[in-house]
Every structure is written in C-alpha cells, then in structure tokens.
Design a protein around this ligand. Structure first.
Ligand code: GSH
Length: 286
C-alpha cells in the first residue's frame, strides 16, 4: 500500500479538493443566497432531483396515486450541481440542504418534511398505505427502512464516491467500501431468500427505499459498477429488483425530476398526471 505523504495539520482548513462534487461541498450549513421556492396547486410540493434518495419519494407518490389516494403533487427541480439546495427557501424546508424536501400543504398549516425516510413514513402514515398495520410487520418495515437510511451512505458516500467520483483511485478506500457494499448486498440477498419483500409478503416503504439504492445498483444503474460488484450473483436481490422495476408507478416515479438518461425518460418537473405523456424532454425538447 502506498504512503500518500499527507500529514493532517493540527486544525483542518478548507481547500480545493477536486472530484465531481467539489464545487457544492462546503464546511458550513445555511443558505448562500435568497430564493423563494415556487408553490403549485397541489397538496404536496416536492423539491427534488431523481437521485436514489429523490426517486424514493416520487415512487411512493405515484404508488399512492395508483391506489386512488389524494396524493397529487407538484415536483419542482432542484439542481444540486448548481447549488439550488442552498437557496433560502429550500433551507427553510430542509436545514440540511439536501434533496428530497417536501411541503405538505394538505392541512390547515403547511408541514415541512425532510430526510427521505421521514417523508416516506409521513406519507405512508397519512394515507394508511405501504406500511402494514400488524405491529410485527410494521416494526419489520421500520427495521428495513432504518437499515436503508443507515446503510446507504456507505454505498453512496463511501463506495460510489471513491469508485466513481473521487479525483484519484485510492485502493484502500475502494477496498474498504466495496467490502461493505457487498456485505450489504448479501444481507439483502439472505433476507430475500426467505421472503418475497423485505418486511414479508407485503410491498412496503422499506422496499421502495431499499430498491431505489440497492435495487437500482443490482440492475446496473449506479456507478457503472455492476460487473465490479458482481451484482448478478445476488440472485434473490435480482428477482426482487426486477419485480419492483416492472411496477408502472415505479417506472413513472423514476422519470420525475430526472435530468439524465434518454430524453423520453426525463420529466424535469411534474405538475399533472398527464405530464408523463406530454412533458418529457423528447416531447418538449431540451
Ligand atoms: N439522508 C438524506 C440524504 C439526502 C442526500 O444525500 N441528498 C443528496 C442527493 S442524493 C443531495 O441533495 N446532495 C446535495 C448536497 O450535498 O449539497 C435523505 O435520505 O434524504
């Protein structure tokens, strides 16, 4: 293993670090500029981008609508590469300056909801859907939901960052987080050998949260790492990932706030159910 020669100073000072997200990383919180957020006509106002954390929420909203629930929403695009998450209006909704952020305007007083797990729980409880009422199944759903919230940073911020985005390939970091990413895939594979979905027989918000990261990873959509991680070998994860991927609400949810991929899969903003047919980038040009 090579010695990088870096000796940490007594007190850390910020410096240009390079890498894909160098321009948006800061050591302080709070807004960088004044900017109000737009508000549309629907009860739910979502400010997001179609990363795995963003997709969790749009998939759930589309699933709720497919069930006939009154979950109509406006999805506004937050371009994190341009620093939109540091606008004053966004920071009022999420002081952590990360997508997704939701304003629930369905009641007397608007409620801010941030952290994707909190958003999933809020919506599932509000509509009594995708969260089992049986106490044991409900706890099992929470177990897996919180597992995802705690585990995915090792996949995204750890493995994905060092494998795909860091300005240099650091073997120690890639080995450490590849080990953990594969261990996590094996945790899921063993669970999904026992049950159809993560909490049991029912499709829940735990599946939505975990699919958005680990399902999409298994389907080869994250970090161009399918071969490196040998994702095909996790056979139960594959079966589960493909089953969820085939759901029409999942296919719609993936398109919302998407600014990459084929133009027909990109719906930058969603304000009406018909937008999927009329407002994708191939239709409106971009
Ligand atoms: N724990 C948060 C993580 C959210 C998160 O990391 N969002 C990323 C995109 S996937 C983001 O907004 N990054 C912008 C930034 O860090 O400035 C959640 O689940 O909502």
């Amino acid at each position: 293993m090579s010695d990088t020669g870096y000796i940490p100073p007594k007190v850390w000072e910020p410096k240009e670090s390079g890498g894909k997200f160098a321009s948006i990383n800061r050591p302080v919180a709070g807004p960088t500029h004044d900017k109000e957020l737009p508000v549309g006509k629907h009860p739910f106002q979502l400010y997001s981008l179609a990363t795995p954390n963003g997709v969790k929420v749009t998939v759930l909203l589309e699933e709720l609508l497919a069930l006939g629930k009154d979950a109509e929403y406006d999805a506004w695009l937050i371009k994190i590469g341009d620093g939109d998450q540091f606008g004053s209006g966004f920071v009022e909704v999420n002081p952590n300056s990360k997508i997704p952020a939701l304003m629930d305007r369905s009641g007397d007083k608007p409620i801010r909801v941030f952290e994707s797990g909190s958003i999933l729980l809020h919506l599932a409880e509000k509509f009594g859907a995708f969260l089992p009422s049986d106490p044991a199944l409900r706890v099992e759903t929470m177990n897996w939901l919180f597992w995802q919230m705690g585990s995915a940073p090792y996949l995204g911020g750890g493995f994905g960052h060092f494998y795909a985005y860091a300005p240099e390939k650091i073997e120690y970091a890639i080995d450490r987080f590849t080990m953990e990413a594969k261990r996590q895939l094996d945790v899921l594979d063993r669970r999904l050998a026992e049950t159809r979905y993560l909490a049991g027989d029912e499709y829940t918000i735990a599946d939505i949260a975990i699919w958005s990261w680990y399902g999409q990873l298994a389907l080869g959509r994250l970090y161009d790492a399918a071969e490196f991680l040998d994702v095909e070998s996790y056979e139960n994860v594959q079966r589960w990932a493909k089953e969820i991927d085939a759901r029409p609400a999942v296919q719609r949810g993936r398109m919302v706030n998407r600014t990459f991929g084929e133009p027909e899969t990109q719906l930058h903003e969603r304000h009406d159910a018909s937008d999927f047919d009329t407002q994708t980038q191939d239709k409106i040009g971009g």
